[in-house]
Each structure stands twice: as C-alpha cells, then as structure tokens.
Design a protein around this ligand. Structure first.
Ligand code: TXA
Ligand code: MG
Length: 342
C-alpha cells in the first residue's frame, strides 16, 4: 500500500474524527501505527523530550517523506530511534564508551553520534559518515518500537525552524491532515530535545546540543569530560539544524531580556518570566514556573511560546537564564537564544 494512500486512511483507527488525528495509545492503535510505519507512512510519536515525526529509518522513501513534510533541507541529518542498545550494532560502529553511557543513560534523552554502517541510508545521515541514535524512555514510544521491531528516524514533529511540539495538539495544529496519525502520549516529560553527544572522534567526546543529560551528569556518573561545542557548524561537518543560529522560532518577534530584570514592553506585548513575578502583574504577563525550577521551565517553554504565538501579541519578551548557566538552564538558554535570533 502506498504511503499516504487513500486505502491506508480508510483503515485508520475508528476514533479518528474529521478534526482529530490524535489516537489514544491502546494496544490495538500501537499495532496499527506499527503497520502504518511498515507500509511506509509517517506517524507522529510521543517521546520524553518532544514529539517526533517518525518513518522507517532503513527505508529511504519513508525518510524522504519526513524531509518533505517538515520542509527540512536534505543537508540536515535525522536521529534514529531504537528499542534497545542491542539494535545499534547493526547501524553503527560501537565505541568504547558506548556500554557505560547506555547503561547509565538509556533509555533516556541522550543521542549518541557514532560512525555509521552502510545499511543506514545516506539520506538519514545527510551523506555523512556518522549516524545519530537514541533510545527514548517514553513508554508509548518504546512499546511502538518493540512492536515494530526495527528503528525509526524521527526529527521533532514541527515544520523546519518552528517551535518544537511537546503535546499531540501541537503536531495536529502544525500539520493537520498531512499527519493524520498522532499517537497520544500526553505532554512531554522533559519538553526540550535530547542532549547530543558526539562520540565519532575517538578521545574527544563533544556535546553538540545541550539537553536534560547534562555535562555535569556525564562528569559525575562516568568521569567523562566532553567538550561543549554548541556552534559546531563553524568548526566541522556535519551541520546540525538544532545548532543553527536561528531555530525553534515563533512567527511573532521574540526578544530576550536579562535574568532578573524587566523589559520595556509596549501595551499588548507579552512578557514571560522564568519564575512567577511578585504582583502586580499586567494582563499580558506570563511565567514558565512558579518557583524557578529548571525542570518546570523546560517543560513549559515550547508550549508557552506556541500559545503566545497564536494569541496575537505584537511581540514576545522572554527572560533569559544567565550566561554561564549550567544543567537544564543551559539548554533552555541555548533554545531561547536560537528562537530569538534574527
Ligand atoms: O529529543 C530529540 O532528540 C527529538 C525526539 C523526537 O527524539 N528529536 C530531535 O530531532 O530533536 P531533530 O531532527 O529535530 O534534531 C536532530 C538533531 C539535529 O540538530 C541534527 O542535525 C542532529 O540531531 N544530528 C543528526 N544526525 C547527526 C550527525 N550525524 N551528526 C551531527 N548531528 C546530527
Ligand atoms: Mg528539531
């Protein structure tokens, strides 16, 4: 059956209404989603970080559809998602640090860049010699991968460059009937994308994208001392779109203001603080957490940016975590800087 064919849609789960492409993660629906993937369709899946737009990683036509639907340039490689570390040996060369890292952090929000094997289509890796792999810990994603029995490529399920999706409705609002199969895993536990750790150059692990597995976690648990290489495009190939200067951006102009300060905002411009400000606050004031907890800030960041982007504010001002932030706040600062870049 051809991907996106009418026949396929006629077999869609019965709960799919005209306006709802979001399906509960029942065993029957998980089995249906696995069949949809095998037939070459794209489906949206929950992960603990953000929702992904998934297709069979080892089928070139499915991967091509991912680029087309997202409007993503072919030079930007995809992350391959697996149900077990054992699946990786088929896809990539296994470096020394792999076992320790996966025992400590998989399943979880850590993507590893490894030297690829020929079975991985060049389209997935944008022609580079390395492949990105990760094992999500979101139970619905895990169940789907197990049922499917093979890896899926899944970038974040948003149009290229736009704010990442952390709820199933975000995927539906971005893609509508283009992506009618969205598996509902509820709001994402973490809310920002996985940490990307490049292990492809022996002896020099580098963090290319900060996330919930932090430099401090890697140092404390494994005595691994990675470089922090947040602008890798300047230094070496391949490019990573999550590391492009402008990414994750709302359509509304986003301006950042320094930590613990207040912006000069015109009437109706939205003002977003990291923590609930003390009263009085104006009607257009928002906050990402009650108490400044980085976990809550990361969880709410993309959802609030999307909400405000649809609310008709002329501009959005957002407080930025301080320079030299560590841990999750470093990741939040990284996303905000790119979202606000012109
Ligand atoms: O949390 C996540 O990683 C989410 C969920 C869905 O798993 N996925 C995600 O995918 O963020 P995406 O495509 O939005 O971002 C993938 C990042 C991109 O910046 C891409 O360039 C980088 O991973 N990447 C993929 N393969 C790479 C490679 N071989 N070398 C360097 N960077 C790579
Ligand atoms: Mg993305």
């Amino acid at each position: 059956m051809a991907p996106h064919s009418a026949d396929f849609y006629r077999k869609a789960p019965p709960d799919r209404g005209a306006s709802s492409f979001i399906h509960p993660p029942t065993p029957a629906n998980i089995a249906f989603f696995a069949e949809a993937l095998k037939a070459g369709c794209l489906v949206a899946i929950p992960t603990e970080t953000v929702y992904g737009l998934a297709g069979l990683a080892l089928r070139e036509s499915a991967c091509r559809s991912i680029f087309e639907v997202k409007g993503r340039p072919l030079v930007d490689p995809l992350i391959v998602h697996v149900a077990s570390p054992d699946w990786v040996a088929r896809l990539a060369e296994i470096p020394d640090e792999f076992k320790r890292l996966t025992e400590a952090f998989w399943p979880g929000p850590l993507t590893l860049i490894l030297r690829k094997k020929p079975v991985v289509p060049d389209l997935v890796t944008a022609g580079h010699e390395t492949v990105a792999v990760r094992m999500p810990r979101q139970p619905v994603a895990h169940a789907l991968l197990e049922k499917l029995g093979q890896p899926v490529a899944a970038p974040s399920a948003n149009p290229f460059g736009y704010v990442s999706p952390t709820r199933p409705e975000h995927v539906a609002e971005s893609f509508g009937p283009q992506v009618p199969f969205i598996l509902d895993g509820g709001p994402c536990e973490i809310g920002i994308e996985s940490t990307i750790l490049d292990l492809s150059r022996p002896g020099t692990p580098s963090i290319l994208r900060p996330g919930a597995i932090t430099e401090e976690n890697l140092k404390l648990k494994l005595h691994l001392h990675p470089n922090l290489d947040l602008n890798p495009n300047r230094n070496h190939a391949p490019p990573a779109p999550g590391t492009l200067p402008r990414h994750y951006s709302p359509a509304t102009q986003l301006l950042l203001f320094p930590f613990k300060s207040s912006p000069v905002a015109a009437p109706r411009e939205a003002v977003v603080y990291l923590q609930r400000p003390s009263p009085p606050v104006s009607r257009d004031t928002y906050w990402l957490s009650e108490d400044g907890n980085p976990v809550t800030i990361a969880q709410s960041l993309f959802a609030l940016l999307r909400q405000l982007d649809h609310a008709g504010h002329p501009r959005i001002h957002c407080e930025c975590p301080p320079p030299h932030s560590t841990g999750l706040l470093l990741a939040v600062r990284d996303r905000l800087n790119r979202a606000a870049a012109q």
